[in-house]
Design a protein around this ligand. Structure first.
Ligand SMILES: CC[C@H](C(=O)O)C(=O)SCCNC(=O)CCNC(=O)[C@H](O)C(C)(C)COP(=O)(O)OP(=O)(O)OC[C@H]1O[C@@H](n2cnc3c(N)ncnc32)[C@H](O)[C@@H]1OP(=O)(O)O
Length: 303
């Protein structure tokens, strides 16, 4: 009965799953909106913490998972706030980069286990999983270059959130740990699918089947992390260090940076012919644009 019910729910939501969302703010899996509203109502019943978003004039946004009393675990309302912020960022035309971080020196310890216990029937679990899978897929597809700033611990769903950013920077003593197996689970927020694409299937299988703690140097060794934040060599905070690291990739006008991210998302997610068509369309959106014409007028030299 449960499997049939879950299968029906899955079919209902995923029946016309789109590959790349055509319109901003649209769920990845367009499906029966009443099901989405039902999921949202359920999540609303689990309050606590917040997800805070700051968008800077520089075009860099900082999204903070903020529930320190619960090691930044995601309550139901935090999941809803995350989705709202992703919808906002999809429409941020001046945006270029995004840093995802946790409050109080730790990243995120996944779902709030109190909510998990209350949602332990299969159908509710699948609904919560699909909601977060949809939100994190859209997070990774944002036309912004994103980096997860990992301090302290990133466990379970928190580890999955790190994979929903383009890059990861880890503080020296931080750890990423896919603990799912130890609680009789597997990733459900899309973390397994993304981990395989980041570190390869062999390393992904090792991390998921061992539930091992991945420290900053091992993460860098297997390609899960793109840099270790230097301890106290600089007076900069880890956030300032992450912003400085990101600035190497976000120099230039936002339409061009957004176009760069979009062509990479297409190349990564679409079959070749579709990716080539999408690349053509995105190229057309910047060809002859202000940045292009200005550079041509300056006779730009790539010294
Ligand atoms: C697909 C995602 C998946 C799912 O939804 O199915 C999940 O993410 S399930 C959740 C996976 N996460 C965990 O299992 C982490 C559980 N927590 C821990 O292992 C530890 O708390 C740890 C290692 C994060 C930190 O340990 P430490 O000893 O440093 O601190 P405390 O354990 O005392 O934690 C302080 C305080 O936070 C509460 N806490 C921590 N994590 C969670 C959580 N995920 N949900 C709810 N509450 C959490 C912990 O209970 C403590 O509160 P207190 O009132 O003092 O007991």
């Amino acid at each position: 009965m449960v499997l049939r019910c879950v299968g029906h729910l899955h079919q209902l939501l995923y029946r016309n799953a789109s590959r790349i969302p055509r319109q901003r703010g649209k769920a990845v899996y367009s499906g029966a909106s009443e099901v989405w509203n039902e999921i949202k109502k359920k999540l609303q019943a689990f309050p606590g913490g917040s997800v805070d978003l700051i968008k800077k004039e520089s075009g860099i946004a900082v999204l903070t998972i903020n529930n320190p009393d619960r090691m930044n675990a995601f309550s139901g309302t935090m999941m809803l706030e995350l989705q709202d912020h992703v919808t906002q960022l999809e429409a941020w035309t001046n945006g270029k980069g995004l840093i995802v971080t946790g409050a109080a020196g730790t990243f995120c310890s996944g779902s709030d286990l109190n909510a998990v216990r209350a949602l332990s029937n299969s159908e509710d679990g699948i609904k919560m999983c699909m909601f977060m899978q949809d939100t994190l897929t859209r997070l990774l597809r944002l036309p912004l270059i994103s980096v997860a700033l990992v301090e302290g611990r990133a466990l379970g769903g928190g580890a999955e959130v790190t994979t929903a950013c383009d890059f990861r920077l880890m503080a020296l003593a931080s750890e990423i740990q896919f603990v799912h197996k130890q609680i009789g689970l597997v990733p459900g927020w899309g973390g397994a699918a993304r981990l395989v694409r980041i570190v390869g299937s062999e390393n992904a299988l090792k991390l998921l089947s061992s539930a091992q703690k991945v420290n900053a140097s091992y993460a860098e060794q297997i390609g899960l992390s793109d840099g270790v934040l230097s301890p106290l060599e600089t007076l900069d905070t880890t956030l300032a260090q992450a912003e400085k690291w990101l600035s190497d990739f976000t120099g230039g006008p936002s339409p061009v940076i957004q176009a760069v991210k979009k062509v990479v998302v297409s190349g990564r997610e679409l079959p070749l012919q579709d990716a080539l068509r999408m690349e053509r369309d995105i190229f057309g959106s910047v060809w002859g644009g202000p940045a292009n014409l200005e550079a041509l007028a300056l006779k730009f030299k790539h010294k």
